[in-house]
Design a protein around this ligand. Structure first.
Ligand code: 3HC
Ligand code: NAI
Length: 644
């Protein structure tokens, strides 16, 4: 069997691509399609061709693994052109996903039909490239410039019914795809055929339109969306062949660049992290009902995340008043989603209907998983786990969301310790993608596997982390902040450090971020350690908190803030408070500041790896990207340091 096979249904030829797992476009696949066009053009008995795929999806795009290597002919643009200019009309029959080069092949076809749950998209910019086989040239000819700009510069795929509305496909097929597509092809033959897309004209757009589009595309922070926009604009201004050449040159240029290499690294890292070898072949313990202890910031977010994934939730608080506050906290999350149009009234009601609240642990009897998110105090947590030990099923998984406390201390004395695990969510827990999964020495493999299965169900990015202070993410954060403070002490301006990290791609620098989140949390943690007799040197942050500067909520932290304004202003008060610790003034190139701080993160990451706290460097990169705002297109600190 070849990976491209042809069979007949009367005058319709059916070309089936079969290249598991996702029908990615290899050299063999390109050759197979090219040969199929030639063979079917030469076959007088064939009047139309249906292109379909075996397995779980239509062609999911170019083979990302080939991107680091020299391109092998036939090149995809030529294959798409050959289909577009074939003597017989081709109909793409789409199920699963038609992404990137897959959708470009579909655009070469004279028609596109899809089942209702199929996804259509040009996600190339998310890989740091632009479409390389006419995505920026054919899409505007197919669906108009505006639709093309949106599809190509955001990289966001859309479901078939929306794609139909946008003019990207011709029909949504109800029922079986292949017979539907064949019937569509037969019907199309009774009418005049549309022109090939390469022959369709394209009207230029106004400068104003392009300015608006540029502003929107620049928000992504990296260059691919802007270069994609340039290519679409060029396609509206020059003939088809010249537009194709421009697109190809841009594609090859970006493909060889640092941002594309970083984004490819993240692509594969994200597929590796959810499947660590330790859970290979292990059946996860099933989770169908979740308990959450504590309805504060984290508990409410975790409960909301579980409800969004369709899991029934019981929320336990200290007393009935606290339970009511917990319910209000979760409700606020859903109210916000409804106000933003993400949640309908029915969905809002359904989310809340599946949420029970109580101050009685007996309500947890049916839960398969209970996640504790109470105050960060060992005695409070231990009391909670003593209750859980009494009231939960012996096979119910019991998890802690602690940020810093050693999970082994929390679980001490717990009956059936093999069911205990750390599940470290990030705030806001219904939004942030990262989930650090922290097994204790006794944690059973099927409990660990259940944690990864839960992450998948919640749409989270799971990373296994070993036990140490702060696990992976908060440990690196501590080092990052300490290193940033050391730069301040050496005379570099606070505002320069923040500007450097923004310039690198973070939404906020380390000091602005602390002002937003509050300086007191880390301060209290340090004070706790000091109270236990640990030698924790005074940080600059400690000096500010002691002076009442806890961040935006107190009107000032590292910066001053005017009433009702979040704009950080350089603070003379801070300069005065820290004067004794700062050695004069020093200017450092912003890029050097960023390189220094990213290097410090990577050095801590290396220590984490050496200690076995993380399994692989790419997991550390994912933690930083999904939990701490590290720019995805820089690949994470470990990747960036490896290329510096
Ligand atoms: N190239 C190479 N391998 C790919 C791939 C691709 N484009 N897409 C997926 N894979 C691999 C994955 O690495 C994974 O391999 P593994 O099992 O060995 O780890 C396997 O296929 C299954 O992938 P998923 O786990 O992601 O499978 P799902 O069923 O969850 O999702 C999918 C399927 C929606 C197709 C998803 O894989 C996806 O989004 N893939 C990327 C699609 C993409 O970005 N395409 C554009 C490529 S760029 C391009 O086409 C340029 C063109 O313009 C010239
Ligand atoms: P919070 O103070 O907002 O909420 C804690 C809740 O627990 C309160 O509603 C309180 O009433 C409840 N509670 C206290 N004792 C209880 C008991 N015995 N039984 C039932 N409920 C009880 O705290 P937050 O921020 O939600 O933190 C909770 C846990 O999550 C902590 O361990 C924290 O370290 C961790 N965490 C916090 C993050 C954050 O950004 N806030 C991020 C990740 C983890």
């Amino acid at each position: 069997m070849s990976i491209v096979n042809i069979r007949r249904e009367g005058e319709i030829a059916v070309v089936t691509v079969d290249n598991p797992p996702v029908n990615a476009i290899s050299a063999e696949l390109r050759q197979g399609l090219s040969d199929a066009v030639a063979a079917l053009d030469a076959d007088a008995a064939v009047r139309a061709v249906v292109l379909t795929c075996a397995g779980r999806t239509f062609i999911a795009g170019a083979d990302v693994r080939e991107f680091g290597k020299p391109p092998i002919p036939p090149h995809l643009p030529d294959v798409v052109n050959a289909i577009d200019n074939a003597a017989k009309p081709w109909v793409a029959a789409i199920h699963g996903a038609a992404l990137g080069g897959g959708f470009e092949i579909a655009m070469g076809c004279r028609f596109r039909v899809a089942v209702a749950d199929a996804m259509i998209g040009l996600p190339e910019v998310t890989l740091g490239i632009i479409p390389g086989a006419s995505g920026t040239v054919r899409t505007p000819r197919l669906a108009g410039v505006e639709a093309a700009v949106s599809l190509v510069t955001t990289g966001k795929p859309m479901k078939a019914p929306k794609a139909l509305e946008a003019g990207l496909i011709d029909a949504v097929i109800e029922g079986d795809l292949l017979p539907g597509a064949i019937a569509f092809a037969r019907d199309a033959l009774t009418r005049d055929l549309p022109q090939p897309l390469s022959a369709r004209p394209l009207a230029p757009m106004s400068d104003e339109f392009w300015q608006g589009a540029r502003k929107a595309a620049s928000k992504a922070g990296h260059q691919a969306p802007l270069r994609a926009l340039d290519s679409i604009r060029n396609a509206t201004e020059v003939p088809f062949d010249a537009a194709m050449q421009y697109e190809r040159e841009t594609f090859l240029d970006l493909r060889a660049g640092d941002e594309a290499a970083a984004l490819r690294h993240v692509f594969f890292a994200e597929r590796a992290a959810p499947r660590p070898a330790v859970i290979d072949g292990i059946d996860p313990r099933p989770v169908t009902r979740v308990g959450v202890i504590g309805g504060g910031t984290m508990g409410a977010g975790i409960a909301a995340a579980c409800r969004n994934a369709g899991l029934p939730v019981v929320l336990i608080e200290r007393d009935s008043d606290a339970a009511a506050r917990g319910l209000a906290n979760v409700t606020k999350v859903f109210d916000g989603a409804r106000a933003r149009g993400i949640l309908s009234d029915e969905a809002h009601a359904e989310r809340l209907a599946g949420l029970g609240t109580s101050d009685d642990y007996a309500a947890l009897a049916e839960c398969d998983l209970v996640i504790e998110a109470v105050f960060e105090e060992i005695s409070v947590k231990r009391d909670v786990f003593a209750q859980l030990g009494q009231h939960c099923r012996t096979d119910a998984i019991l998890a802690t969301n602690t940020s810093y406390i050693d999970p082994r201390l929390i679980a001490e004395g717990l009956p059936h310790p093999e069911r205990f695990i750390g599940l470290h969510f990030f705030s806001p827990a219904h939004i942030m993608k990262l989930l650090e999964i922290v097994p204790a020495p006794e944690t059973a493999p099927e409990v660990l596997a259940a944690a990864f299965a839960l992450a998948k169900r919640l749409g989270k990015m799971p990373v296994r982390a070993g036990i140490c202070e702060g696990f992976i993410g908060n440990r690196i954060l501590k080092r990052y902040r300490a290193e940033a403070e050391a730069l301040v002490e050496s005379g570099i301006a606070i505002a320069d450090i923040d500007a450097a990290m923004r310039g690198y791609g973070f939404k906020m620098g380390p000091f602005e971020a602390q002002d937003l989140g509050g300086l007191d949390i880390a301060y209290l943690q340090r004070e706790g350690a000091r109270a236990e007799g640990q030698d924790v040197p005074e940080t600059l942050g400690d000096i500010l908190v002691r002076a009442g500067r806890k961040g935006q909520k107190t009107g000032g932290g590292w910066y001053d803030y005017a009433e009702g304004d979040r704009k950080p202003r350089v603070s003379d008060t801070v300069a005065g408070l820290l004067a004794g610790r700062i050695a004069g003034q020093r200017v450092m190139d912003l890029a050097d500041i960023a390189a220094h701080l990213v290097g410090a993160m990577a050095a801590e990451g290396q220590a984490i790896l050496d200690e076995g706290i993380a399994d692989q460097a790419s997991d550390i990169d994912l933690v930083e990207i999904h939990g701490y705002g590290f720019p995805r297109w820089k690949g994470g600190p470990m990747f960036a340091a490896g290329r510096a």
